[in-house]
Design a protein around this ligand. Sequence first.
Ligand SMILES: [Zn+2]
Length: 499
Amino acid sequence: MNRLRKSADSALCFLCAALSLAACARSPRASLPAGGAADSLAASRRGEALAGAGAEARSLALELAGESYEGRLAGSAGGTRAGDLLAARLRAAGLAVEAAEFPFEQARFPAAPRLELIPAASAAAATTAAPPAAATTAAPPAAASAGPAERSTKAAQAAEAPPASAGGGEALVFRRDFRETVRGGYPGGEVAGPLVLAGSPRDVFPAGAVLVLPGAAYAASDDDLYRARGAIGLLIEALENGPAVKPLSTALGPRGARPGGAAFVKFLLAPEAWKRAAALAADKGGARLSNPVEFRAAKGRNIIAGWNGDGGAFDPALVLVAHYDHVGADPDGQRFPGGLDNASGAALAVVLAERFARARHPRDLAFILTDAEETDLAGASAAAARPPFALGDARVVNLDMLGAPSRIDLSVYSNGDARSLALAKELVQLLGAEGLGARSEYPVPTVDHAPFAFAGAAAATICEFERAVYHTKADFAERLDPAELDAVAAALWRLSGAR
Ligand SMILES: [Zn+2]
């Protein structure tokens, strides 16, 4: 049965042709041993076929997390180099490989966001709404009352040496005290106004205020309400995932931007910095916020590879997916290595493809290394929207963050549909048999399996979500545990039907 899409474009037809050639060139199909008596033979073959796979995956992950790939931001030169490397490895292993480009919107920060807390002395001068003349005349009387408090605050903070700001306030340190937020898709810009401690959009606050919000009281769904009531900025207390984390998902994307509308800036603050902002709010201080985020049209590139194991029409029953992109670098050039997220999964998928090919796997297998996962699953969505083969009967297993040294349980995420849940259950059992604790969690539609499940496949993600390093500059591939990667590889080997 030929299940290749009739509407496949020329690039995808190239994949079909290449797969047919690969089928002609390969040796006769391997025969499968049958029955329970073959189990120990299968285990020893598996052990032989996968020997050293975890260490090899770790070493490929080390390369991907290295300097020359610049944090693998989708659409960047470093991201392109990472895709090229993986495609070359898959080609060298004898798989048919194609690159499929897709457009998406990328959030970029041409400069670091800035946040300055301004004592009451200068707060009036900083307020956006204040006309320039009023600003200069308002400053002297306020300075007399707020001066000593400002000096003692400065003395207390001198040990940490926060940068001084031109306006006499305290410039907080990006990624130590605060971070950008992208989710919500607001366009950023620069705003300044009085700080007001608030707990909900129903609180009373003046138009033009920068609201200081306790983390527990904040819901992203309230953004529109805060904005409609005249708030120009939000300083939100970070309860988890602190300032070191770089977010990239644009969620609503640039669609959240109101063309011609006023700027609106949201930052997440570390608890200590947030307390200083809250104290300043009580003291009638202000803040100046600058978030230079911009959304640009970019091109992502999925790497799609096929192994035609049965020599007939390409009809993969198993598709391994892993995103190879990460969140890039900060404006100062310091990269986020993305070792666990997701050099680990991409490397393991490629090493498995190599081992399957070397063992002349008797079934059709596909590998999709997705790009721009970090931006709203853009690559997986593009691949699922125009798959190079029918997805209906395929089982899609996405690998995202594997081999964390912390030995937390693995999560097996799915959308929660019956077929995906059955796949998740099987994965939990297979991982358990390899000594890995795992549990099925659903619905989790925010990982790369989701678009494939929405397109009709049974799909699940295996993930070891280690919050401590997630999207930080400490996500080093050196930390990856080859033994755990070996165990995941063995579970996937069994799922593939190889014996
Ligand atoms: Zn990520």
